[in-house]
Each structure stands twice: as C-alpha cells, then as structure tokens.
Design a protein. Sequence first.
Length: 271
Amino acid sequence: MFTARWWERRGLQIGLLSLVVGTAFVLRQTQGSVLLELYQGITRPLEVINSGPTKEEKLRDAQILELQTQIVDLQSQNQKLKQILNYSEQNKAAKPVTIARVIGRSAGNWWQQVILNRGTSSGVEEGSVVRAEGGLIGLVENVTSNSSRVLLISDFKSQVGVTVSRTNAKGVLRGDGSSEAVLEFYEKVPNVKLGDLIATSTYSQKFPPGIAVGRIKSLDLKRLPASIAKIELFPPIRSLDWVEIYPKPITQSDVQTSNASESKSQAAKPN
C-alpha cells in the first residue's frame, strides 16, 4: 500500500528524469545528428516557401518581360506608321511625301536639331519641310545622300511666318529652346485671345500656308515695340520618332527665276 502511494507521487518525476537521461545519452552517442535531421525536416519546407523564385525563374521572368516590351514597342511603331502612311496616301496626289525616322539627337542640342535617315537618294533636299503628328517641326538645313539634318522650330534661331487662324493676325514665331515658342505680332495690338490656334502664314517664304503649329498659351499686349504671345507647340518635339518630309515649297522668286532661265534658253535657240 505504501509502495503504491509512493509510486503515484514519484512515478511521473522518475519517468521525466528517465526521458531526459535517455535523450541526453542518445544525443551523446549520435552527436546530435538525430535532432539535426528532425530540425531540418521541420524547417526545409519553410525555407522553400520563403526563399522566393530561383535564379532560373528570375531569368525566365526577365526574358518574358523583355519580349513583352518589344511587342508593345513594335505595336506602337506599327500604329504610328499606319497613321502616317494613311495620311500620306490621302495627300499623295498633291504632295509627294517621304517618310523618315529620327536617328540622331544629342542632349546638347535636343531642342535645336535632329538627324533623319533619308537624304538626296530619297529625294530630300535643303529647304524641305518636315512635319510630324500635330504639325510643323522644322526645315531641312543640311542633307547627304542618306541622311538629313533638320532645324527645329523650337531652335532659338528658327523663324516662321505664322497667322492666327481665327482673326488672320500675323507675326513671326521664334523658338524658345523648349516645347513652347514666342510669337511676335506685326500689329501693336492684335486681335487675339488665349487658346487661338496658330498655323503657317501665306506670307511665309519657307513653309506652305496652313500647317498647324500650336495655340496661344499666354499674352503680353503691352510689350514694346510689339505685342508677344507664348505659343504651346502641337508637335511632340520632345519625343520625335517618325516624321514626314515634304518638297521645298515653290516661291514667287523661284517662278521668276525659272521663267527667266526659260526665256534665255528660248532666245539662245537658232531661228
């Protein structure tokens, strides 16, 4: 009876002590390898979950993103070319157009000039007019057999004769080295207002009339000696890609020169 009671009081303690001693003995004999394997078995699935994608998976994802980017870029270029070609087809009879791409542009003259991949071999000549989506962007000022350099209307030395479409007020547009330009009016107090649209003028000797340029963003009608306006340019000069090149416009002086040459040729012929 006494033994049974003693065992009830001490049995649990003896069992726990035996378990601790036995575990210590096993660890000593196996140098902890059993416990280590047990720990690795528990933590390995967690490591797989927390480790993230493997190097191969990251490489595959990067390749997929690269291909997706290329597809989006090609789709964008295709859409732009369709729009340009559609516009060119509609105007082919009146104005032969050369499609060109911007292939050169430096940070030092970003707003001054661009290099195109078309030259004399494609019929481009000095004085050819260049436009993009939105309207006029500049004039070809230098050309080789396979490239041409365009003076942008955003260049400080650029001057374009323009008119206000609503009132026919006229002036000279000068580049501002940015996506805006300055319009100096011929009249001291022109009939203009904010938002008026600006296009090339019939007075212009370098550009055909009616090419969109921009709209009036701000006005200074008290400026002396002439009123001025700040013009927001329509064409995306900041990010040009594809452009259209039109032949140099024929001016009255060209017609007179041609007539004079023809008269001399006729006079030189024997009767």
